[in-house]
Write a protein that binds this ligand. Sequence first.
Ligand SMILES: [Zn+2]
Ligand SMILES: [Zn+2]
Length: 165
Amino acid sequence: MANSHKHSKTPKGGVHTDVHVEVSRRFVQHDQRYSVKRRAIVALLENSDRPLTITDILQRSKTVKGTKNEIAQSSLYRNLVVLEQVGAVQRVFSTDDIGRYELNEEILGHHHHMLCSVCGDMRDVVIPEQLEEKLDSALTQLAKQSGFTLDQHRLDLIGRCKKCA
Ligand SMILES: [Zn+2]
Ligand SMILES: [Zn+2]
């Protein structure tokens, strides 16, 4: 069957009702502590419509109510390393050299990215379910012709954002 691969068809955000439950499970598996700071980082990523740079995360952490959530840069680096190690967060790259962070696709749900080739702006794109299914079955067929078994796909939309158009 064409649908036997792991590729999730669930729209972004619709996979897990509680992201923290899923992330905390990974922390338990890796024998690491899901601290308040780490929760704050996950919450920022969860509520974003795009992958975030270190600078974005630092800025956004300041706007969260209560200074408790403010994250120092050194501690942010360390926590992101751990979040990556437990498989909660992944690093993605746009057209610039700046690393951006987002929740692991298994947690966040399947989606694509729109990248600006001028300024590097990157945002999440969810392809409507019907189109996503057509796309995936076309890619599955294409792969099959090369004797390749498709498990998942990544697809970036590259162009110019509103500001750079
Ligand atoms: Zn741009
Ligand atoms: Zn897709």
